[in-house]
Structure formats: structure tokens, C-alpha cells
Design a binder for this molecule. Structure first.
Ligand SMILES: NC(=O)c1ccc[n+]([C@@H]2O[C@H](COP(=O)([O-])OP(=O)(O)OC[C@H]3O[C@@H](n4cnc5c(N)ncnc54)[C@H](OP(=O)(O)O)[C@@H]3O)[C@@H](O)[C@H]2O)c1
Length: 220
């Protein structure tokens, strides 16, 4: 049975990933800061108190993992806050960097001991972190944080290759969740199905790529 970790699983895309992996019979470890009725209703192991911006929050994850080696780890947690250039609130910029870039790297640092030959580590990033694709400007902090996450993932792919661990940076599409105020082209259920396909297809040969959940390669 595959051991699968989903970080940020109480709602949105993470919840649907946990549901999908559980439905196919994986042993799912689903983390959250605080659980939800929907997450509690799934046949998964729920780990509470996993705040990615603190060492204590990620230590709670490590404690729950014990000596388990994961087949798949997906880091989903993220925030999006709008910003206005003339009244840019740098505390909000820092907050997004903490949650979207430094947080996933903190999680990755903790997971190294729980990944081995054949393990897969995926991050939910955004095409808004693509410099080449930025034609509309704005969203300084979110774009910066996802570009930084992409760079972390690119280095992780290089550094973990020797251990046989493959890394993916997956843009989920424009998904109807709380983050988008319910706007989007796809439901979390459909996005989760595509993300699982991408992670299933991930190998060392494709490690380090920045991809859309629909399979399209995205430019950095
Ligand atoms: N929806 C889209 O169209 C879209 C597009 C591109 C990329 N993405 C990316 O996909 C991922 C999932 O997005 P979503 O749409 O499912 O968002 P969402 O519904 O807002 O869910 C965000 C998740 O992140 C968790 N989270 C936020 N801050 C956290 C922290 N400090 N520590 C631990 N967990 C934290 C939330 O937990 P709480 O409930 O505790 O806040 C929640 O589980 C994000 O990384 C997002 O940037 C989404």
C-alpha cells in the first residue's frame, strides 16, 4: 500500500487530493492546521497543528510520521492576498513568502529523512510564479513567492536525484476554491484527478519540471 502525505488537506484542492488517494487505497496522512468535517469524514490519518511557517508546526508532522518512508508527498498549503502597488503592505508580502516559499522548503527539509528511492515529492505552485508568462503584472507577493518556490523545487530535484527522489512543480489550473473566491475553470475534484495523474507519471527523467496539471510544460 502506497504511503501518501498531503500537507494542507482540510479544504480546497488538498482535501480532494486526500479523498482521491484514499479512494484508491493509499495509506493517506493528511495534515492541517485545524481539521474540517469533510477531512474528518475521510478514511485518512489526520495530523493537526501542521503550521508550515513554524518549526514547531512541522515538527508535529515529523513526529506523526515516525520512521515511515513516503511514496508520495504533496505540499499543497498556500495563500493568495491581493496587493496594491501604491499602498503595498510589506508585512503581507512577507506573509506570502513565509507560507508559499519558505514554508514548503521547511516541509521539504523535514521530509528528506522520510523519502527514499522511488519516492515522489510534489509542490502545488502557480503559473503566476512564471516570469516568462507574466503579461498582466500585479500580485507582487504571490508571484514572487511562487517563483521562489519554483526555484526551491528546481534545486531539490537536483539535490534529491542521487537518492532516487523525483520532484514536481504542479500548477493546478484555475480552480474554484476559497482562494479564488469560487471563481475558476475547474472544480477541486477535477484538478485533484489531473494532479494525481501528473504525480503518477513523474519519474527521475521528468524530475524538476514545472507543469500544468493538464500535462502542459510551463515556462519558468
Ligand atoms: N485555486 C487555484 O486556482 C490555484 C491556482 C494556482 C495555484 N494554486 C495553489 O494550489 C494550492 C491549493 O490552493 P487552493 O485553491 O486549494 O486554496 P485554499 O482552498 O485556500 O486552501 C489553502 C490550504 O492551504 C492551507 N494553509 C494556508 N496557510 C497555511 C499555513 N500557514 N500552514 C499550513 N497550511 C496552510 C489552508 O489551511 P487553513 O484552512 O488552515 O487556512 C488550506 O488547507 C495553493 O498552494 C495555491 O497557491 C491554486
Amino acid at each position: 500500500m502506497s504511503k501518501t502525505l498531503v500537507v494542507g488537506a482540510n479544504r480546497g484542492i488538498g482535501l480532494e487530493l486526500a479523498r482521491r488517494y484514499a479512494a484508491r487505497g493509499d495509506e493517506v496522512i493528511a495534515t492541517c492546521r485545524a481539521s474540517s468535517g469533510e477531512l474528518d469524514s475521510l478514511a485518512v490519518e489526520v495530523v493537526r497543528g501542521v503550521e508550515v511557517t513554524t518549526d514547531a508546526g512541522v515538527a508535529a508532522l515529523r513526529a506523526a510520521l515516525g520512521d515511515r518512508v513516503l511514496d508520495v508527498a504533496v505540499v499543497v498549503s498556500g495563500i493568495l492576498r491581493g496587493d496594491d502597488l501604491e499602498h503595498l503592505d510589506l508585512d503581507r508580502v512577507r506573509e506570502q513568502l513565509e507560507v508559499n516559499a519558505i514554508g514548503p522548503l521547511r516541509v521539504a527539509r523535514a521530509l528528506v529523512a522520510h523519502l527514499g528511492k522511488g519516492s515522489k515529492l510534489a509542490f502545488l505552485t502557480s503559473r503566476m510564479g512564471s516570469i516568462a508568462d507574466n503579461s498582466s503584472g500585479g500580485y507582487y507577493a504571490y508571484r514572487m513567492s511562487k517563483a521562489a518556490l519554483n526555484m526551491a523545487g528546481a534545486s531539490l530535484a537536483i539535490d534529491l536525484r542521487g537518492r532516487g527522489v523525483a520532484v514536481a512543480l504542479v500548477h493546478p489550473g484555475f480552480v474554484r476554491t476559497e482562494m479564488t473566491g469560487g471563481n475558476g475553470n475547474v472544480d477541486p475534484l477535477e484538478a485533484a484527478a489531473e494532479i494525481v495523474e501528473r504525480i503518477d507519471a513523474l519519474t527521475l527523467a521528468s524530475s524538476g519540471q514545472f507543469v500544468h496539471a493538464n500535462g502542459e510544460r510551463l515556462p519558468w
